[in-house]
Design a protein around this ligand. Structure first.
Ligand code: IMP
Length: 180
């Protein structure tokens, strides 16, 4: 199986603690409400699954699938909706749940798109934030970890559809990039 290698790492324990802390914050902020968590597929499915189980309030779930980088590690800046939400978000308290914000192009596009659908409120929750890479401003309300400009895999994040199953986050090695 995938062994841990040297380099940047966020451990399973650190992830668990941080996810619980974000869930506590959301539970406080949305006390008495029933927010709709909109997971961005595929990367956010593990984060969302862990997050919702740590909430102390009721929450609904829906998913949006968007096009990814494919086998490249750089974004094209183009966002394509592959699967739209299954229900209207009119009047709902929506939280977009995403694995990572990098340039911000994906989330900016999705934030503006969902805003046009008349939610009661709209916030963004990301597991990882590569702040130094930001190209467009995007309002991120909940952040798991700020991370350096490295290509990271695990906990739902992939490289060419691999490594999503890792329970921790780690840096992709140059050999792994070559061996696609
Ligand atoms: P953005 O539009 O540049 O902010 O890119 C966001 C998307 O790029 C994320 O949803 C990921 O799918 C992908 N992405 C960005 N950085 C990484 C990374 O380090 N590992 C895996 N996927 C990444």
């Amino acid at each position: 199986m995938n062994q841990k290698k040297g380099g940047f790492l966020i451990s399973e324990k650190e992830i668990k603690e941080r996810v619980k802390a974000i869930a506590d914050e959301i539970s406080r902020d949305y006390n008495g409400k029933n927010p709709l968590l909109v997971g961005i597929l595929k990367g956010a499915f593990i984060f969302l699954a862990d997050l919702i189980r740590e909430l102390s309030i009721d929450a609904e779930v829906d998913f949006l699938a968007v096009s990814s980088y494919g086998k490249a590690t750089e974004t094209s800046g183009e966002v394509k909706i592959l699967k739209d939400l299954s229900e209207s978000i009119d009047g709902k308290d929506v939280i977009i749940v995403e694995d990572i914000v990098d340039t911000g192009l994906t989330l900016k596009y999705l934030y503006e798109l969902l805003k046009t659908r008349n939610p009661n409120s709209l916030k963004i929750c990301v597991f990882l934030d590569k702040k130094e890479r930001r190209v467009v401003e995007v309002p991120v309300h909940y952040v798991g970890f700020e991370v350096p400009d490295l290509f990271l895999v695990g906990y739902g994040l992939d490289f060419a559809e691999k490594y999503r199953q890792l329970k921790y986050i780690r840096e992709l090695t140059p050999e792994e990039v070559k061996n696609v």
